[in-house]
Design a protein around this ligand. Structure first.
Ligand code: C2E
Ligand code: CA
Ligand code: CA
Ligand code: CA
Length: 277
């Protein structure tokens, strides 16, 4: 059936329901791939909008597949979430990102790192200890780690999720609500489980200078964040006009292709050298 949809070519896209066989194949390939160290982490810098200096980097996973090339997260994160492999992915990315943060610190760069975590992890009572153990293993101060929470499903056990978030905060880890304004991310969370940061979804930022509705939404989220004393980050900043408009609105941090694409660690190190001169 999938073959018909793709004109005779069996597209390698596990997010489509291409049948049990290919999903199972990909699932076991992914497990093996993680064990063999095939997950690679790229880093996309964020800048302070007011000073334009680098103020952090987001870790974005890719899979260096032995035969299919470099796969983006959209090709395997949904499957990892469904199959329970996501915890292995999170642990691997966290480990690589904290090791890299340590290397940047040795080079004299103070660069907090953000790691993506599905909100579902908040229902795992052992999650705070996993994070704290990883920080200790790499000797990284908790305040240099931000967890970007994305909701791809409703978190039903809100009580437990709130408790896990509270413990993470107590340890000093920073919490960000990713893709704010889309999907299941809800304003009620700002009251019940206050984060440190809101990240405005790129779908609102990308065309904010051409579309006045997008601009209005970005302005409203920035104002909401300011009034709640939260930091606010805009992602998907693709041009100078958007960066300037965000400055006028009082947005704290910006991330996007206009600043830099996600880069392998070594290339980001070079970028940091250039942008801190
Ligand atoms: P996200 O967390 O919203 O990450 C931002 C995505 O926007 C990245 O896509 C990034 O490359 C892209 N992007 C950055 N700047 C721009 C821009 O100026 N314009 C446009 N059009 N796009 C921009 P990427 O790397 O393909 O990641 C896609 C999603 O996969 C992420 O969205 C995140 O939800 C998920 N993801 C990535 N790494 C991980 C991970 O380690 N764990 C988990 N659970 N999810 C991850
Ligand atoms: Ca993110
Ligand atoms: Ca996002
Ligand atoms: Ca997203």
């Amino acid at each position: 059936e999938a073959k018909r949809r793709h004109g005779g070519v069996c597209a390698y896209d596990p997010s489509l329901d291409t049948g049990d066989t290919s999903r199972l194949t990909l699932q076991s390939e992914l497990r093996q791939g993680i064990e063999r160290g095939e997950l690679v982490v790229f880093y996309q810098p964020k800048i302070d909008v007011a000073t334009r200096r680098p103020c952090g980097a987001e870790a974005l996973v890719r899979w260096q597949h032995p035969t299919r090339g470099l796969l983006g997260p959209d090709a395997f994160i949904p499957l990892a979430e469904e199959s329970g492999l996501i915890d292995m992915v999170t642990a691997d990315v966290l480990d690589q990102a904290l090791a890299q943060l340590g290397r940047w610190t040795e080079l004299g760069h103070q660069l907090p790192v953000s790691v993506n975590v599905p909100a579902r992890s908040l229902t795992d009572e052992a999650f705070p200890e996993t994070i704290v153990a990883a920080l200790a293993r790499h000797g990284v101060p908790p305040k240099l780690l931000t967890l970007e929470m994305t909701e791809s499903a409703v978190v039903t056990d809100m009580e437990r999720a709130g408790e896990v978030l509270r413990r993470l905060r107590e340890h000093g880890v920073h919490i960000s609500i990713d893709d704010f304004g889309t999907g299941y991310s809800s304003i009620a969370h700002l009251r019940d489980m206050p984060p440190h940061e809101l990240k405005i979804d790129r779908s609102f930022v990308m065309k904010m200078c051409e579309n006045s509705r997008d601009e209005t939404i970005v302005r409203a989220v920035v104002d909401l964040a300011k009034n709640l004393r939260l930091r606010v980050v805009a992602e998907g900043v693709e041009n100078e006009d958007a960066l300037r408009a965000l400055g006028d609105l009082g947005c704290d941090e910006a991330q996007g292709y206009h600043i830099s694409r996600p880069l392998p660690a070594a290339e980001l190190t070079a970028w940091l050298g250039r942008s801190e001169m």
